[in-house]
Design a binder for this molecule. Structure first.
Ligand code: AMP
Ligand code: MG
Length: 355
């Protein structure tokens, strides 16, 4: 079976083709470069203008025709509404005109599943750090649970906003990484709240620090502080779940300083860090196609009316029916006796006990 996957949650447009044996036959990407932050309608216009060409390029890369495709998948959310709708409309059009099934998938879970496909990671804690998302995710009780996440802006957005304010260019992450190599540490606010993270204060403090410190020092310290926060939450997720693998995902995860910090932490705990190849780390169409394929194989079917986009599609909203029982973690989860009947629900405060 061949699946064409369309990714278009934010400024990147991706079209990938994957076969059911997990071979990536095509993975084309086109990025909208905004002048002043991402304007959702401008990004959506970019996607609408480029999607026919990108589908053609993808089919050419895979040496296929549209008629050879058996399934079409798209990012249903989370993301920017106008961008999501371009991918959804395109996917629905292909589905109806070619009479093939259509499947809307969760973008964050697609990152995790392509990592499980293309690295040796089987049951990882995923540190997902991108332009629009920052989450620490792991599989428990038939769902991908969010163990920690940003309370305000995503880490990539923090780097992008910082770089934009200092006119360093877009995307900010690679520029900050380069400058950080020559910098020294200055203290900046470190903000981990329970298992959650906050980056907006750190970004403001970094901009203030740049008024009196060399930009290299601020970039270095911004990275050190933000990455240490992510590593702390990831480490606690590992300790909590007993898992032995960390999977990195998202565009920020290409950063070699972050990769080193995560590897040091997992090394100290006897765990392993896995990083998918660069083209599969950031947003891409192949991961959407792969998740579509495994969901379809597990029996997930959607009608057109089920494919409405969901800007706030939560990672833990999806019933993970495609993971075989042998991969279900041996940790037993029981509701906390004191919290089971609160309005926050049992999942707000699970107690995990090893069997
Ligand atoms: P994504 O949303 O997953 O496509 O990732 C895009 C984000 O990754 C943007 O916020 C970029 O600034 C960030 N990014 C890209 N390269 C790097 C890097 N080398 N270091 C840190 N962040 C990066
Ligand atoms: Mg992403």
């Amino acid at each position: 079976m061949l699946c064409l996957g369309i990714e278009g949650t934010a400024e990147k447009l991706g079209v990938g083709i994957v076969s059911s044996d997990g071979t990536v036959l095509a993975n084309q990407l086109k990025q909208h470069i905004p002048t002043e932050g991402i304007h959702p309608r401008e990004a959506a216009q970019h996607h609408a203008d480029n999607i026919p060409g990108l589908i053609k390029k993808s089919l050419a890369e895979a040496e296929l025709n549209l008629g050879d495709i058996d399934l079409v998948a798209f990012s249903q959310g989370p993301g920017l509404g106008p961008c999501l709708r371009v991918s959804a409309i395109t996917a629905r059009t292909i589905s109806v005109s070619k009479k093939i099934p259509l499947i809307g998938v969760n973008h964050c879970i697609a990152h995790l599943e392509i990592g499980r496909l293309k690295t040796p990671a089987k049951d990882p804690v995923m540190l997902y750090v991108s332009g629009g998302n920052t989450q620490v995710i792991a599989y428990e009780g038939e769902r991908y649970r969010v163990f920690g996440e940003t309370l305000d802006i995503a880490l990539g957005n923090c780097l992008d906003q910082f770089a934009r304010a200092l006119k360093l260019g877009f995307p900010g992450g690679p520029v900050v990484e380069k400058l950080a190599e020559k910098g020294s540490y200055i203290p900046l606010p470190y903000s981990v709240k329970g298992m959650d993270l906050s980056f907006s204060g750190l970004m403001t403090a970094s901009l203030k620090a740049a008024e009196k410190h060399p930009v290299e020092d601020v970039c270095h310290s911004l990275q050190e502080t933000a990455f240490a926060m992510c590593v702390e939450v990831t480490e606690r997720a590992i300790a909590h779940t007993g898992k032995e693998e960390v999977l990195l995902a998202g565009g920020v995860a290409v950063n070699s300083c972050l990769q080193k910090m995560v590897s040091t932490m997992t090394g100290e705990r006897g765990a392993k860090t896995y990083v998918p190849e660069r083209s599969l780390l950031g947003d891409n169409g192949a991961m959407i196609a792969w998740l579509g394929l495994i969901m379809h194989k597990a029996g997930v079917r959607q009608k057109i009316e089920d494919t409405r986009v969901n800007q706030k599609y939560r990672t833990d909203q999806v019933n993970v029916t495609w993971r075989p029982p042998c991969l279900q973690k041996t940790i037993k989860i029981t509701p906390h006796p004191n919290k089971a009947h609160t309005t926050m629900g049992v999942w707000s405060s699970p107690v995990m006990t090893s069997p």
